[in-house]
Design a protein around this ligand. Structure first.
Ligand SMILES: Cc1ncc(COP(=O)(O)O)c(C=O)c1O
Length: 386
C-alpha cells in the first residue's frame, strides 16, 4: 500500500518493474562479444535467452535488413508479400520439413497459442497434455501449458491442462485415451526448465499414441529449433514427425518473429488464424538472412562439433555433476545453486550465461557461429570463477 502511494506521487512515467536486472548496459555487440556503456567487453554465452543464432550484428543480416528497410518495412497480410513464400520455401528446404505449411507471427508464446488453437479447431476438443518443467510462453493457453503456478493468473487457470512427467508411458496412455485431449505439447530439450529431454522411446510412443487417438502433437521448437541442437529441429534427434512445430527465438536473431509449421494434412480456411504484424517484410528479411547464414556457414554442423569440445572440457570440472543438452543448447548441473556463480561470471569475468528453473543448472547458449577458441575462453573464465 505504501509503495502504491509512493508510485502515485511520482509524476513521470517509469517502467513497470517486472524484471530483476543485472547492472550491465550493452550498447553495441559484434559476433559473440557484447560491449557495455563503459567500453567493457563481455563474452556472450547466453544470446539474450537463446535468441542470437548467427551472432550479433552479422554483416549479411545487417545488409539484408537495411536493404529491406529502404524498400518497404511493413504492409499487412491483406496484400501479396513474396518474401513470405521465399521464406517458407527456404525453411522447408533447410529443415527437411517441406511437407508442412507456414504461418508467421511475432513471438514464441504467440506461436504456441496458435498451435494450440489449431489443435483445438482440428479436433473439436480442449484438454492439453503438457510436461513437468515445460515452458511454452505467457499468453493465455501457452502459459496454462507452462509448468509454473506463479505466472498463471486465474484467467489462465480456466484452461484444461494435465501435466505429466517425461518417460511415464502408462500415465501418458491413460490420459490420452480419455478421449478429450486436443493436443500434446513438448520441448525436445527443455530450455527454461533446465535441459531435460524425453527419451527417444518415449517421444516415439507419444507420437504413436497421438496418431492412434487423433490428438495433435505440437513440438515446441522455439528454443531448441533453428539448428541450436545440432540438427535443424530437436525432434529430429528422435525420428518422429509432429503435426505442428512452433518456432521463434533464433529464427530472427533478435528481430521479433515467430511461426508455426503445420503439416499439410491439416487444412487452412480463410480467417482461421491471423495477425497484423506477423510475417511483415522486415521479419521475413531477418529470418531469410538467418537461414542464409546458417546454410552458407554450415552452422548446424558447427553446433554439433562444438558440443564435443564442450563435453570434453566440462567433464574435467569436479563440481559438475551432469552435462546436459545437445549442440549449442547446453547445461552444466553443479553440486550447488548457480545464482552467485552467474553474478561472479558477469561482474568479475565478463561472461554472460543463463540460469534455469532447476537452480543447479547453468545454461550455456552461445551463437551457432561460436568457435573452438570461444569455447576455450568460456572454460578459462568459468574455471577461474570456480
Ligand atoms: C520453449 C519455449 N517456448 C516458448 C517460449 C516463449 O517465447 P516468447 O518469450 O518469444 O513468447 C519460450 C521462451 O523462453 C521458450 O523457451
Amino acid at each position: 500500500m505504501e509503495l502504491m502511494e509512493k508510485n502515485l506521487k511520482t509524476n513521470s512515467m517509469d517502467l513497470f518493474d517486472v524484471y530483476p536486472l543485472y547492472g550491465v548496459t550493452p550498447v553495441s555487440a559484434k559476433g559473440i562479444v557484447v560491449t557495455d556503456d563503459k567500453g567493457q567487453e563481455y563474452l556472450d554465452f547466453y544470446g539474450g535467452h537463446a535468441v542470437i543464432s548467427i551472432g550479433h550484428s552479422h554483416p549479411h543480416y545487417i545488409k539484408r535488413l537495411k536493404d529491406q528497410l529502404e524498400r518497404i518495412g511493413f504492409y499487412s497480410n491483406a496484400v501479396q508479400n513474396p518474401l513470405q513464400q521465399e521464406l517458407a520455401a527456404k525453411l522447408g528446404l533447410l529443415s527437411g520439413c517441406d511437407d508442412y505449411n507456414l504461418f508467421l507471427c511475432n513471438s514464441g508464446a504467440e506461436a504456441n497459442e496458435n498451435a494450440l488453437k489449431m489443435a483445438s479447431f482440428q479436433t473439436g476438443k480442449s484438454r492439453v497434455i503438457a510436461f513437468r518443467n515445460g515452458f511454452h510462453g505467457r499468453t493465455s493457453a501457452a502459459v496454462a501449458t507452462t509448468d509454473n503456478e506463479k505466472i498463471n493468473a486465474p484467467i489462465n487457470k480456466q484452461q484444461k491442462v494435465t501435466f505429466l512427467p517425461f518417460d511415464d508411458t502408462d500415465a501418458f496412455q491413460y490420459e490420452i485415451e480419455k478421449g478429450d485431449v486436443c493436443a500434446v505439447i513438448l520441448e525436445a530439450i527443455q530450455g527454461v526448465g533446465g535441459l531435460d529431454e524425453p527419451t527417444t522411446g518415449f517421444y516415439q510412443k507419444v507420437a504413436e499414441l497421438c496418431k492412434e487417438n487423433q490428438v495433435v502433437l505440437i513440438a515446441d521448437e522455439v528454443q531448441c529449433g533453428f539448428g541450436r541442437s545440432g540438427k535443424f529441429f530437436g525432434f529430429q534427434h528422435h525420428g518422429i514427425k509432429p503435426d505442428i512445430v512452433s518456432i521463434a527465438k533464433g529464427m530472427g536473431n533478435g528481430f521479433p518473429v515467430g511461426g508455426i509449421l503445420i503439416h499439410k494434412s491439416i487444412e487452412a480456411t480463410y480467417g482461421l488464424l491471423g495477425t497484423t504484424f506477423g510475417g511483415n517484410h522486415l521479419a521475413c528479411a531477418a529470418t531469410l538472412a538467418v537461414l542464409e547464414v546458417i546454410e552458407q556457414e554450415d552452422l548446424i554442423a558447427n553446433a554439433a562439433t562444438l558440443e564435443g569440445d564442450f563435453r570434453e572440457r566440462a567433464g574435467k570440472i569436479p563440481q559438475v555433476k551432469r552435462i546436459k543438452g545437445r549442440g549449442l543448447m547446453l547445461g552444466l548441473e553443479f553440486d550447488f545453486e548457480v545464482a552467485e556463480l552467474r553474478k561472479k561470471l558477469i561482474y568479475d569475468h565478463f561472461l554472460f550465461t543463463g540460469g534455469a528453473k532447476d537452480k543447479f543448472v547453468l545454461r550455456v547458449l552461445p551463437a551457432l557461429t561460436a568457435s573452438k577458441t570461444d569455447m576455450d575462453e568460456f572454460f578459462n573464465r568459468l574455471n577461474k570463477a570456480l
